[in-house]
Design a binder for this molecule. Structure first.
Ligand code: T5A
Length: 213
C-alpha cells in the first residue's frame, strides 16, 4: 500500500522570499530522500499558467471585478488539485506549493473583502476540500516586502495595489495562522536570508521528525 505524500505550502505577502525559500526547501527535502514535486499558484498546470497570465497582467489593473478574480483563482486551483497535487500525493510524493487556498482567504478575503463563507464554499467543491499538512507563513512588514518585490522588476497587476490592501492581506494571513496553529508555522521573513532559512529548516525538520503528520 502506498502512503499518501505530504502537502506543504508557502504563503506570505509580496516579496516575502517564497521563491528563494522554495529552492532551499526543495534541496533539504531531496536530501532526506523525499520525492518532491514543486509547484505554484496561480499556475501549476498549463491552463493554470494561462489563467495566471491574465490575473497578473498589469494592463488589466482596475479591470477585473473582485468576484472574477476569486473565481479565476479557484478555476486555476481546481485544475491544479486534480491534475498536479492529488495525483502526486496519491502515489506518495510530497508536494511543495508556492501559495494555495490561504492566499485566497488573505488576498480575495482580507484584501478585496470577499466573504470567507464564499471562499470556504469554493474551497469545498473546487479545491475538493484539500488542506495542506504544513504551511509556512513568511511574515514581514508590508513596506519591506514591497520594496523587495519592486526592486526585482516591473510590478504585476496585484503588486499595483495600495499599502492598505497589503496590510489587510497580512492581517488576514496572521489571523488564519493564529486560528490554525497546528498547521501553520510563522517565519520572521524580515530577517537576513540566512536567518530566514534557519527558521524554515527547523520548522520542516520538526515536521519530518514528527512523522510529517
Ligand atoms: N494571489 C495568489 C491571490 O491574490 N490569490 C490567490 O489565491 C493566489 C494563489 C501571485 C500573486 O497572486 C496573488 C498573490 C500574488 O500577488 P506570486 O508570484 O506568487 O504572485 O507572488 P509574489 O508575492 O508576487 O511573489 P514574489 O515572487 O514577488 O515574492 P516572493 O517569491 O515571496 O519573493 P522572492 O523570493 O522572489 O524574493 C523577492 C526579492 O527579495 C529578495 C530576493 O532575492 C528577491 O530579490 N529576498 C531577500 N532580501 C533580503 N532578505 C531576505 N530575507 C530576502 N528574501 C528574499
Amino acid at each position: 500500500m502506498t502512503i499518501r505524500g505530504r502537502f506543504i505550502t508557502l504563503e506570505g505577502g509580496e516579496g516575502a522570499g517564497k521563491s528563494t525559500v522554495l529552492d532551499a526547501l526543495r534541496t533539504l527535502l531531496a536530501a532526506t530522500g523525499v520525492d518532491v514535486v514543486v509547484t505554484r499558484e496561480p499556475g501549476g498546470t498549463p491552463v493554470g499558467e494561462a489563467i495566471r497570465s491574465v490575473l497578473l497582467d498589469p494592463r488589466l489593473h482596475g479591470g477585473i471585478a473582485a468576484e472574477t478574480e476569486l473565481l479565476l483563482m479557484f478555476a486555476a486551483r481546481a485544475q491544479h488539485v486534480r491534475e498536479t497535487i492529488a495525483p502526486a500525493l496519491a502515489v506518495g510524493r510530497w508536494v511543495l506549493s508556492d501559495r494555495f487556498t490561504d492566499a485566497s482567504y488573505a488576498y480575495q478575503g482580507g484584501g478585496r473583502g470577499q466573504p470567507n463563507q464564499r471562499i470556504a464554499e469554493l474551497e469545498r467543491w473546487a479545491a475538493d476540500g484539500l488542506q495542506p499538512d504544513l504551511t509556512l507563513l513568511l511574515d514581514l512588514p508590508v513596506g519591506v516586502g514591497l520594496a523587495r518585490a519592486r526592486g526585482r522588476g516591473p510590478a504585476d497587476r496585484i503588486e499595483l495595489e495600495t499599502q492598505d490592501f497589503f496590510e489587510r492581506v497580512r492581517a488576514a494571513y496572521r489571523a488564519r495562522a493564529a486560528a490554525q496553529p497546528a498547521r501553520f508555522r510563522i517565519i520572521d521573513a524580515g530577517q537576513p536570508l540566512d536567518a530566514v532559512l534557519d527558521q524554515v529548516r527547523d520548522a520542516v525538520a520538526g515536521f519530518v521528525a514528527a512523522g510529517g503528520a
